[in-house]
Design a protein around this ligand. Structure first.
Ligand code: UGA
Ligand code: MN
Length: 372
């Protein structure tokens, strides 16, 4: 009986030793099997991760990179080339700052914040292109107040892209801005284009850096990436040359850079007839830089060889525009104040609204501690 079971026991023993040996081998990184196991593990994790993000970020776009011509509408609103707030400096290249914007509660707030950065910089021409059907008088009135050279355009997102889950935000505006610059720039002057979203945060040092751009300059951007990532995107620089990129989301991009992370020389763009920014969310920068027909060696690292963050991809908390009503105390400042808030797009006036302003007078009944 015992002897008859012997081959079976032997087989089990062999199997168990094999499993044990495989386990020990797979624990050592440097053994062939260990390496193969790790490679397979990485491959599976990466492909799962990639397919997840591909779905999430619409890598497999369904719509063309550009719309048919009849879906592109660009209107010129107004412009001024008066360097009033800061005198023009003839020895310094011009900076065309191309900013997409759209009507929302924070629009004026962003404009005030961004203009007060730009007002510290020489030779800026602010190209503001609205994602809207009509020129906004509010945007125009602010542009006039800042006393710096500006171009005010409208160029709405083509309707075909509005249905997309991941919309190519700001692309119609940047294309309109670049078209305007290429058509109107005085060729005797040297100039740089920088695509600066209205909600980001810009260090003044950045503008002096990008002014040096000969072809395409690149530099780090802070606060970019998904939650839990280090929040940095940057070219990798070795011996003063760009040799790669660090980013949270590569997604098969040749130039994985953020919109705020590069600037281009106007003469250089002019020499690249195929330059074109695509309507493809997530790939605007990459495909645009590819369309400039550049190699890694052509990229000029700025910000002290990309060792400093001079721009942050920030976001303002967004709220629905609330309704407001005021029917009492019309003999005080409050009615005119509400009018100003409505004019600046912060509220809409609604006589049927329950949002009557709240009042308290002479320190009484303002809150439960007011009569202590
Ligand atoms: C990121 C990129 O930095 C943008 O360059 C890119 O256009 C965008 O993603 C995208 O591919 O969707 P993000 O901060 O996520 O930017 O986007 P927003 O700040 O909401 O929009 C970028 C710019 O487009 C802003 O200047 C904003 O005012 C403008 N925008 C946004 C529009 O013109 N229309 C919109 O409907 C939304
Ligand atoms: Mn933004």
């Amino acid at each position: 009986m015992y002897l008859r079971r012997l081959p079976l026991m032997f087989a089990w023993l062999v199997m168990a030793s094999l499993v044990l040996i495989l386990f020990i081998l797979s624990q050592t990184q440097y053994s062939a099997i260990g390496m193969a196991v790790t490679a397979i593990k990485n491959e599976v994790t990466n492909s799962l991760k990639n397919s997840y993000f591909e779905t999430l970020l619409n890598i497999h776009r369904k719509l063309p990179l550009l719309p048919p011509a009849d879906q592109i509408h660009i209107s010129f609103c107004n412009s001024s080339m008066d360097f009033k707030a800061r005198p023009y400096q003839p020895h310094k290249p011009l900076l065309y700052i191309v900013t997409p914007t759209y009507t929302r509660r924070e629009q004026v707030v962003e404009m005030v914040r961004m203009s007060h950065t730009l007002l510290h910089v020489d030779n800026v021409i602010w190209v503001m292109a609205e994602d809207a059907d009509k020129c906004s008088p509010l945007v125009e009135s602010y542009l006039q107040r800042f006393q710096m050279p500006y171009v005010h355009l409208v160029s709405p997102m083509p309707t075909m892209y509005k249905k997309e889950k991941y919309k190519p935000r700001g692309v119609a505006s940047r294309r309109a801005g670049l078209d305007w610059i290429l058509a109107h720039h005085d060729a005797s002057k040297s100039a740089i284009v920088y695509f600066a979203d209205d909600d980001n945060t810009y260090d003044l040092k950045l503008f002096e850096e990008i002014r040096q751009t000969q072809k395409v300059s690149v530099f780090p951007v802070g606060f970019v990436g998904s939650k839990g990532s280090p929040g940095i995107t940057s070219p990798i620089v070795k011996h003063g040359k760009v040799v790669g990129f660090s980013d949270d989301w590569f997604a098969s991009r040749v130039f994985p850079v953020d919109m705020a992370g590069f600037a281009i020389n106007v003469d250089f763009v002019k020499s690249r007839k195929n330059a074109s920014m695509p309507f493809w969310a997530g790939y605007e920068e990459d495909v645009f830089i590819q369309s400039l027909n550049v190699d890694l060696e052509d990229l000029e690292p700025l910000a002290n060889d990309c060792t400093e963050i001079l721009v942050w991809h920030t976001k303002t908390v967004s709220d629905k525009t609330p309704k407001v009503k005021i029917t009492k105390h019309l003999d005080t400042n409050l009615k005119t104040l509400v009018d100003d808030a409505v004019f600046k797009g912060m509220d809409t006036y609604d006589t049927k609204s329950k949002n009557e302003l709240k009042y308290c007078f002479h320190g009484e009944k303002c809150d439960k501690y007011s009569n202590l």
